[in-house]
Write a protein that binds this ligand. Structure first.
Ligand SMILES: [Zn+2]
Length: 148
């Protein structure tokens, strides 16, 4: 079995409604469950640590103000690309469930987009399903990488 490659994510938390550490604590969970080692860099605070992007090993996540545009949900990532974007403004409805719920969904949205960057398509179940719903938030079965 080949050595597992560590996935490095440079996070640009420009929108800032979820603190960097909360975002990372949530976003890393699906990768942990799948045995994928990750490292998360606060790109706004540690610019000297930034490294060139490299497909499948060094990726970027922008957390951005505003909305992505029609039919793009809470974010986007070009499959096989290196930089993804999420828009917490589109996830405000989760705040009625509390700030922890909101932090979780923003992190999971980031993990979903990073999944696309690593080549994962949409699936019927798990983190890569196309649409998230608030009532699914506390069912952990919905938040891993599940191939179908
Ligand atoms: Zn998607």
């Amino acid at each position: 079995m080949p050595a597992k490659k560590k996935l490095r994510v440079q996070v640009y938390n420009q929108e800032g409604s979820v603190p960097f550490q909360s975002l990372v604590d949530s976003a890393r969970q699906p990768f942990d469950l799948s045995g994928i080692e990750t490292e998360w860099i606060d790109a706004l605070r540690q610019p000297k640590t930034l490294m060139p992007y490299a497909l499948n090993s060094n990726l970027g996540l922008r957390v951005t103000k505003g909305k992505p545009g029609p039919n793009l949900g809470s974010g986007y990532a070009v499959p096989g690309g290196v930089l993804s974007s999420i828009y917490p403004e589109t996830l405000q409805s989760y705040r009625r469930l509390g700030e922890d719920a909101y932090h979780k969904i923003v992190g999971m949205s980031g993990a979903h987009e990073i999944g696309h960057l690593t080549g994962k398509p949409h699936s019927k179940k798990g983190l890569m399903r196309a649409n998230f719903r608030p009532e699914e938030l506390n069912d952990n079965a919905n938040w891993g990488f599940i191939d179908d």
